[in-house]
Design a protein around this ligand. Structure first.
Ligand SMILES: Cc1cc2nc3c(=O)[nH]c(=O)nc-3n(C[C@H](O)[C@H](O)[C@H](O)COP(=O)(O)OP(=O)(O)OC[C@H]3O[C@@H](n4cnc5c(N)ncnc54)[C@H](O)[C@@H]3O)c2cc1C
Length: 490
């Protein structure tokens, strides 16, 4: 059955709800009425503080000025993530959003890095990694090409987008939804609020968070559970006062006994949290471990969030499409949730602006693409865990011995045997990102590349040495992150 869309109801006013609403009012230019329904009593998750570079395209498409956005959300720049203690306790590496250069015309030849007898990290060949190590930040240029993202206050981001969406015509309704009325074909006809108001729509975008009010609860769409591979199921979050002037231009993710801890610097405070697997660590112990790590005065009591990793089997069923936590959650290790919101928005906008009613094939296309995107990112996140050499607690023993998804096992085998970074469709992370994790976790191919064998070792060493020195010299002249930020904010 095809679906005409004149009235769109967005259920939820967290980052997902307002990102969807801002995109709809901007992209549809008044061709459909957009109404956001949210309950202030329920509130929003509000912990999405670290992002992925694609957030910049979203902001640009919506027409958001970077300075206004950074001011409104206490934003800082993010070059990538520093992973501490993931391979062994005491070892660390970076995954930044930059490339390592083409070694003799081929990315794949980086697989020979260890065979050249190099002991320095691959990161010294990557501009944003060296910038991150030194705490520097400048915007990309001809000379220094890389991608960057932001850290920001997710509550302030939702408020910023709400203002923008409402200025462009979105309607905002406050109230708790207590009932969902169904249509004869199984879709949703209307949502009913506690005070009796009834809101009808042609299309309902479920952005109701972990509750998954429409897709999960009303339509009972099954959940595809990833917790065997991604066993974390809870997090304590506790921001602290900012300490000192300097700001790390990266997220820090430190592996702990039963999970990992994040550290995210904002202009006004530092985000801290401990993501843990309750199968392997008692939540109270996880809380204590977080409190012991804080490097500033806590701005309140730690807040506990619970979740299951995975996603709804289908994302768009009848006239309900779920975007954000209502559709699924993979855990925040690579800051991909807001990216997945954007991905859902892009798929939705493509269909809504196609100039014809949405039909069953469109929904199948949406569902298939979204599920594959989740699977690709799931595999990428598992890679961070499964290559560990830690055996010091139950979590690390589990992740180092668990059976892997076939898709991941296959690409890891290709890398091990041939140094090939195989890519599927719907990838969230490109080959350079996969290389950064393989290299950081010291997972190298087993054989000599025949092409590389033809390159005299001195020539290879000389080329690498030159590149390393040129990067180090250029970064030395760059300002510290907090200085660039202060200048930009004016
Ligand atoms: C521990 C943790 C860390 C995270 N870190 C990151 C990160 O670093 N980077 C990243 O990209 N993402 C991160 N995320 C995910 C990120 O927080 C979410 O993707 C993002 O905030 C979007 O949430 P949401 O809008 O889907 O849900 P929510 O913020 O939960 O919003 C749900 C909305 O639905 C409304 N609602 C629910 N029920 C009803 C009802 N009955 N009636 C009316 N309204 C209702 C609520 O009022 C609210 O407005 C993290 C998540 C967790 C749990």
């Amino acid at each position: 059955m095809t679906q005409k869309v004149d009235r769109i109801v967005v259920v939820g006013g967290g980052s997902a709800g307002w990102m969807v609403a801002a995109a709809l009012v901007t992209g549809l230019k008044g061709r459909a009425a957009v109404e956001v329904v949210e309950s202030e009593d329920i509130g929003i998750v509000g912990v999405g503080e670290a992002t992925f570079p694609s957030i910049r395209s979203y902001n640009q498409l919506i027409g958001i000025d970077e300075r206004d956005f950074m001011r409104a959300t206490n934003g800082t720049y993010k070059l990538g993530i520093r992973f501490c203690d993931w391979l062994t306790v005491g070892q660390d590496y970076f995954h930044t959003f930059g490339h390592f250069g083409n070694l003799f015309g081929s990315q794949t030849l980086w697989a020979q890095h260890r065979r050249m007898g190099l002991t320095e990290p691959l990161g010294v060949q990557c501009v944003p990694t060296v910038m991150a190590m030194k705490g520097r930040f400048v915007l990309p240029s001809e000379q220094a090409q890389f991608k960057y993202a932001y850290h920001f206050d997710a509550i302030q981001y939702a408020a910023f987008l709400r203002k923008l969406a409402m200025q462009r015509g979105a309607r905002h309704t406050q109230g708790r939804i207590t009932e969902v009325s169904r249509r004869a074909d199984g879709g949703v006809a209307a949502v009913q609020l506690e005070d009796g108001r009834r809101i009808e729509g042609d299309l309902f975008v479920d952005c109701s968070g972990f509750r998954s009010l429409l897709l999960g609860q009303a339509l009972e769409e099954p959940f595809v559970d990833f917790s065997h591979w991604l066993p974390v199921d809870g997090a304590w979050a506790c921001p602290t006062e900012r300490v000192g002037e300097e700001l790390a231009p990266y997220t820090q993710a430190t592996a702990l006994e039963g999970g990992w801890a994040w550290r995210i610097p904002l202009q006004n405070r530092t985000g801290h949290g401990h993501v843990f697997a309750s199968r392997f660590i008692d939540p109270d112990r996880a809380r204590e471990q977080l409190l012991a790590r804080l490097d500033g005065k806590p701005l309140g009591e730690p807040r506990l969030l619970r979740f299951t990793t995975g996603h709804r089997e289908r994302f768009w069923v009848h006239n309900v499409v779920a975007i954000g936590l209502s559709s699924g959650f993979l855990e925040p290790l690579e800051s991909t949730s807001i990216y997945l919101i954007q991905d859902g928005i892009a798929r939705l906008m493509t269909l809504l602006t196609a100039g014809r009613p949405v039909d069953e094939n469109d929904r199948a296309l949406f569902n298939d693409g979204a599920a594959r995107r989740f699977a690709r990112i799931r595999d990428f996140i598992i890679l961070h865990y499964c290559l560990t050499r830690r055996r010091d607690s139950e979590l690390w023993r589990h992740v180092s011995s668990m059976e892997l998804p076939e898709t991941l096992a296959f690409r890891m085998e290709l890398w091990r045997r041939y140094g090939v970074l195989h890519e599927y469709d719907e990838e969230g992370f490109d080959a350079t990102s996969w290389l950064a994790i393989h290299a950081g976790m010291e997972h190298w191919p087993q054989r000599n590349d025949p092409v590389f064998a033809e390159i005299p070792p001195e020539r290879a060493m000389q080329a690498l040495d030159q590149r390393r020195k040129a990067i180090a010299a250029s970064v030395e002249h760059m300002p510290q992150h907090h200085r660039t930020l202060l200048k930009m904010l004016g």
